[in-house]
Design a protein around this ligand. Structure first.
Ligand SMILES: [Zn+2]
Length: 393
C-alpha cells in the first residue's frame, strides 16, 4: 500500500501554505522592475527564435545567503525570546513574533540549507534554459518603490547590493535565501515559502526569495531517514525554485507570447465548476498522451486545502514536485512541470533529465488506482501523534 510510505515518513511536512501569498493571484513583484538591456536587441525574442539563433543556454542561478547569515537582526532568530517583525512575510503574520528555540538559525541548519540550495541549483541549471540575449550587466533599477520596502524584507539598498555584488553578466536569476520563522510557530510544520521580488521588463523573475523555516529543518534524523531528509531538503528547494520560474500558476501574467505580449488568463487556463485547468499546448499534449485521453481539455490545479491554485491537483499528480501530494510517495519532477515551464514562453526544459507522470496509464485507471484520497490521508494524520503533522490537513 503506497500510502504507507507516507506513514513511514513522518518528517515529510509537505506544507507551504504561504506560497500563494506573494505569487499566484497576488504578486507584488510585477511592480518591482529591473530593465535588462542588450546590445543586439530591444524587443522580446521568442524562445524558439532565440534557440534557433543559438542564443539560449542553461539558466544561471546566483545565490545570496546574507539574510540567512543574520545580516539583519529583524530577519533571523538568534536567541529565545527575541522579537522580530514578521508582518508581511507570510499570510498569518500580523505583528511581532517571539522567537522559540526551534526558530534559531544554528550553523548546522544554515549549512544544511546551503547544501539543499546548492543541490537545487545544480539540478535546475541542468534542466532549465533561458534566452541569453539580455545582459544583466546593463541592468538599471527603475524608480518604482517610492521608498517603501520590497516584499520579503528586501529594501532598495539591499536589492542594489544584491545587484552589484551577486549579479554578474552570466546570472539569470538571483535567489536570496532567508531563514525566518513562520508566524504560525514551530509546530505549524511549515517548511518553506518563496516569492519573486523583482522582475525584468518582460515580467520574468530576476530576483527572488526562498525562505526556509528553521523549525522544520531536521538536523539529527534517525539513521534510516538520513537520505530521505536530505532528499526532502533538496525537493523543498526545487519546489520553491520552480514556483519562482512560475510553475504552476494559472494566470496569463506568468506567461509571455512570442511577440512579447501578455496572454489573457483565458489563453492559458479554463475554469469549470470551480476547477481551474491549465490548457497550454505542451501541458495538454503531455497530459493527453500520458493519460491516454485525447479529449482531455486541461490539467487541474489544486482546488482545496493548502496549496490552493498554484500546484497540480494532488489527486492527479500525487508526489510530483509541484503537487501538495508530494508526501504520498517519492518526489520527482514530471514532464508535465517541464511542459509548463516551456509553455510559459520564458524557459526551455530538458525532458531527458526527468521522469514521466503516469506512464501510459489511462486516466480512468490512474484515478481508480490512485491511493491518494483525503479520507485516507486524514485517517493517517489522525493516527500520528506528531506535531509536524498536526496542522491544517
Ligand atoms: Zn508550493
Amino acid at each position: 500500500m503506497l500510502a504507507l510510505s507516507a506513514a513511514a515518513l513522518p518528517f515529510v511536512l509537505g506544507q507551504d501554505l504561504v506560497d500563494d501569498f506573494f505569487h499566484g493571484a497576488h504578486d507584488d513583484s510585477f511592480s518591482n522592475v529591473f530593465t535588462e538591456a542588450s546590445s543586439t536587441a530591444t524587443e522580446w525574442l521568442a524562445y524558439a527564435d532565440a534557440e534557433a539563433q543559438g542564443l539560449t543556454g542553461p539558466i544561471a542561478i546566483a545565490t545570496n545567503f546574507e539574510l540567512a547569515e543574520g545580516i539583519d537582526v529583524n530577519q533571523t532568530c538568534s536567541t529565545v525570546g527575541q522579537t522580530i517583525p514578521l508582518a508581511g512575510y507570510d499570510e498569518d503574520a500580523a505583528g511581532l513574533y517571539v522567537c522559540q528555540e526551534e526558530d534559531i538559525v544554528t550553523d548546522e541548519k544554515l549549512s544544511l540549507v546551503r547544501q539543499y540550495i546548492a543541490d537545487m541549483v545544480d539540478f535546475t541549471e541542468g534542466v532549465v534554459s533561458v534566452p541569453k540575449l539580455w545582459s544583466s550587466n546593463d541592468i538599471t533599477l527603475q524608480e518604482d518603490d517610492q521608498g517603501n520596502p520590497y516584499p520579503a524584507g528586501m529594501t532598495r539598498p539591499m536589492l542594489e547590493q544584491v545587484r552589484t555584488t551577486t549579479y554578474s553578466g552570466a546570472t539569470d536569476v538571483v535567489v536570496v535565501v532567508s531563514m525566518r520563522p513562520h508566524s504560525a510557530g514551530p509546530s505549524s510544520g511549515i517548511e518553506s515559502y518563496s516569492s519573486c521580488l523583482v522582475r525584468n521588463q518582460f515580467r520574468r523573475c530576476v530576483v527572488a526569495n526562498i525562505n526556509f523555516c528553521p523549525a522544520a529543518i531536521i538536523t539529527e534524523p534517525a539513521s534510516h531517514e538520513t537520505e530521505a531528509v536530505a532528499a526532502r531538503g533538496f525537493a523543498v528547494s526545487l519546489h520553491e525554485m520552480l514556483h519562482i520560474l512560475n510553475a504552476v500558476k494559472p494566470y496569463g501574467k506568468f506567461f509571455i507570447n512570442d511577440d512579447g505580449s501578455q496572454p489573457l488568463d483565458s489563453d492559458v487556463c479554463s475554469q469549470v465548476d470551480g476547477v481551474r485547468m491549465i490548457t497550454t499546448p505542451s501541458v495538454l499534449a503531455i497530459a493527453q498522451e500520458q493519460f491516454s485521453c485525447a479529449s482531455l481539455e486541461g490539467v487541474a490545479v489544486e482546488d482545496s486545502r493548502h496549496g490552493l491554485g498554484i500546484h497540480w491537483e494532488a489527486e492527479l499528480a500525487g508526489p510530483e514536485i509541484m503537487s501538495v501530494g508530494d508526501w504520498t510517495g517519492e518526489t520527482y519532477m514530471s514532464d508535465l512541470t517541464c511542459a509548463f515551464l516551456q509553455d510559459t514562453g520564458y524557459y526551455g526544459c530538458d525532458f531527458d533529465n526527468i521522469g514521466s507522470l503516469v506512464d501510459g496509464t489511462a486516466l480512468e485507471v490512474a484515478l481508480t488506482e490512485n491511493f491518494f484520497n483525503y479520507d485516507h490521508w486524514n485517517e493517517l494524520i489522525e493516527s500520528f501523534d506528531d506535531p509536524f503533522l498536526s496542522a491544517e490537513v
